[in-house]
Design a protein around this ligand. Structure first.
Ligand code: ADP
Ligand code: MG
Length: 670
């Protein structure tokens, strides 16, 4: 901001000590000061004669002080007592340990007192009443308590200075006609009302208005990011000629299945990006098993038809290997070079430059950013595993490849609207049609054995395979109730003496892990005991059973991901949730999973019941530090989106950058 703000120290009665305390609250100038909002309010606007004052409700009464006593108790404490009266009755007042009150209250004078009246030794009494003009008779703000600067201090300061301060700050105002149309308070009015509300209605409006500013800032930020990204030119310009279209159709026809309408829709959205001049920045959301990989494959093939190179990155080696195998299989007839680049499969620079499609892990890619120079297309699979920092380096590059990210955690609309405005969004909102819903059961502890016997049977009769997932690798001393993969493995070997059973987790050497996993894929292993290492992407359609041990230890999004390891073929699949927890909230969450299959619904439920924390951590998204707004408030977020739209279309001279500076927040960029 370029404006010079009025200095705090120029306000009356603010000395160096107070300045120091204010700075501890991150208040450095008067603009910060007015954005230090009350945390709650007490409504003392009900003024009543003493005789008519209701009990146990916040009221203000006025009366003459008849007596005042400072009483010292035996334990070094002291009590202040007063009696007041108006011409309707008497009221006792009691304070604890506030001897200085005697200086402000004089016998014979009349004051307003506020609080909630109780009967104390059968007399009407207010304990610790507020008094003085700015603490009574209206809706009184309560500020977050801080060392030495209490609510009274802020009330007193604002009582005489608020209007002056607000007038002197050059506030960002939305265009008056827009405010009027949307029935919004001006920012100035909102700041006055939030500290000194005239009534409940204006208070609500002011909080709503200032909360709106916070969401406007979030949305403006992502729109500016988007403009920044789209102001660049893609590394390579791609086209779809009729000859290419023909080859492309041949590939689609050669696939072992028909694309779902949702896959076709999302592919068309993606293609439209790929033939545009600016680099694509699209997020493809699609529930587990919805078939995102094929869309990635089509995009890579399209890049190849344009004689350019594409790179697909996956979070784990297992997944990179799996994609590599899928691509080789589905593209076997097209003569193109596909290469695998992981820490156990290195490539020479020459091999890299000769590849049409490279499949790598996130980690290897992040260490070899040179790879980007020749790319026309970068696809990031399971983007939530690709951290915030890793993602943000992309937007700093001068030349960008078309970038497509894919995630299996559908993001609730409110969160997307608030935070993902920088991305073009696609949603594969349909599973391939041969899929049966995964039968999910929360298994009572006394049925574990039956469950195991049934699984044993299924494996024997149908040659199906099972995952058994535990939250941790090893037993923890702190938490003996939580199952560890290592201990369970030993136990399960005894439970399933006839089955081939193997253990994988992150501490097992990569080579061994790969071998076990390949054996599992080839049905040489019946039961795989594992940690959530298999959580994302792993695709073994013949496994139809998954048990999740200590299921309460996982977030819903993660459970849904884990469950998505089964139900990937046309056979009926089963997910069994085991838990030792008796916590009702945990049980309710697991029950929700029992009844619901749709990832978006599950994310929304999570957002409603547990707040955005889990989804945020899943997305590895920094939590924006909002003061008034809640990130799941859909009305507010829709309103904010409308306002931005209207600003862009009807007020082209309005610079969105201003919105970011306005509400005084700090954001983590996506
Ligand atoms: P995800 O979206 O979870 O990444 P995948 O791309 O791994 O899902 O696809 C899951 C499984 O579904 C794979 O075995 C894939 O070959 C298969 N598949 C993808 N598209 C279709 C389709 N249209 N019809 C039938 N099976 C499909
Ligand atoms: Mg996948």
């Amino acid at each position: 901001m370029t404006q010079t703000l009025p200095k705090i120290e120029e306000l009356p009665s603010i000395g160096p000590k107070t300045l120091d305390k204010l700075q501890k609250l991150d208040i450095f100038d008067t603009n910060d000061l007015v954005h230090h909002y009350p945390s709650r309010y007490i409504d003392f606007s009900h003024q009543t004669p003493i005789s008519q004052a209701p009990l146990k409700q916040s009221v203000t009464v006025k009366g003459e002080v008849l007596n005042f006593k400072n009483i010292y108790t035996r334990f070094g404490k002291n009590i202040q007592k007063a009696t007041i009266s108006d011409n309707t009755g008497y009221l006792d007042l009691i304070w604890f340990n506030q001897p200085y009150i005697s200086k402000s209250i004089q016998i014979g004078q009349t004051y307003a007192f506020a609080g909630s009246i109780d009967l104390y030794q059968n007399k009407k009494t207010i304990v610790a009443p507020e008094f003085g003009d700015f603490n009574t008779g209206k809706i009184i703000p309560v500020y977050p308590q801080t060392n030495g600067l209490n609510s009274k201090w802020f009330r007193r300061l604002f009582q005489t200075n608020l209007k002056k301060i607000v007038d002197s700050i050059d506030l960002l105002e939305l265009p008056p006609s827009l405010l009027k149309k949307s029935k919004l308070l001006s920012k100035k009015e909102a700041l006055l009302q939030i500290h000194q509300p005239n009534n409940q209605e204006l208070l609500n409006q002011s909080r709503q208005r200032l909360a709106l500013d916070e969401i406007l800032a979030l949305q403006a930020q992502s729109i500016i990011q988007k403009q920044h990204w789209f102001s660049k030119k893609a590394n390579r310009q791609l086209v779809m000629t009729p000859a290419m279209a023909k080859k492309f159709d041949q590939l689609v026809k050669s696939l072992p299945f028909k694309l779902t309408p949702a896959q076709i829709k999302v592919w068309h959205q993606t293609l439209a990006d790929l033939i545009s001049t600016p680099p694509a920045n699209r997020l493809i959301q699609g529930d587990v098993g919805s078939g995102k990989t094929i869309v990635a494959l089509l995009a890579c093939y399209f890049a190849h038809l344009n004689h350019t190179q594409s790179l697909l990155i996956a979070p784990t080696e297992i997944l990179a290997n799996q994609h590599f195998a899928t691509f080789q299989k589905f593209l076997s007839k097209s003569k193109l070079k596909i290469s695998l680049l992981t820490s156990s499969s290195k490539l020479t620079p020459k091999q890299i430059s000769q590849s049409s499609i490279i499949i790598a892990t996130h980690a290897v890619f992040y260490k070899n950013k040179d790879l980007l120079n020749n790319l026309s297309l970068l696809i990031i699979d399971e983007q939530h595993k690709f951290g915030v920092k890793q993602r943000s380096f992309l937007s700093e590059l001068e030349h960008l490849p078309h970038t497509i990210t894919m995630t299996a955690t559908p993001i609730p609309r409110t969160l997307s609207l608030a935070l993902l405005g920088n991305l073009s969004l696609s949603y594969i909102d349909q599973l391939p049609k041969d899929r049966l819903p995964i039968k999910t059961f929360l298994v009572p502890q006394n049925k574990y054995q039956d469950c195991y016997s049934w699984i044993d049977q299924q494996i024997n009769q149908k040659h199906s395979q099972a995952y058994i997932v535990c939250p941790f690798i090893e037993d923890s001393e702190q938490n003996t109730a939580v199952k560890s993969a290592t201990a369970e493995f030993e136990h399960l070997k005894k439970v399933f003496p006839k089955q081939k059973i193997a253990l994988i987790h992150g501490k097992i050497a990569q080579k061994t892990r790969d071998k076990i996993f390949t054996d599992f894929k080839n049905n040489k292993i019946n039961i795989l005991v594992t940690t959530p290492i298999i959580e994302v992407g792993v695709d073994v359609p013949n496994s139809t059973i998954i048990i999740i041990q200590s299921a309460d230890r996982f977030g819903l999004a993660q459970l849904h991901q884990l469950r998505g390891r089964v139900g990937r073929g046309s056979e009926q699949s089963y997910c069994y949730l085991f838990t030792e927890s008796t916590n009702q909230k945990s049980i309710d969450r697991l029950k929700y999973l029992e009844l619901h299959q749709n990832g978006l619904k599950i994310s929304e439920y999570d957002l409603r019941t547990r707040g955005p924390g889990e989804i945020f951590s899943y997305l590895q998204h920094g939590f924006p530090s909002l003061k008034l707004a809640t990130i799941s408030d859909s009305n507010l977020i829709e309103l904010s989106a409308q306002i931005i739209k209207s600003l862009q279309s009807d007020y082209p001279s309005f610079d969105l950058h201003q919105l970011i500076e306005s509400p005084h927040l700090s954001f983590t960029p996506y």
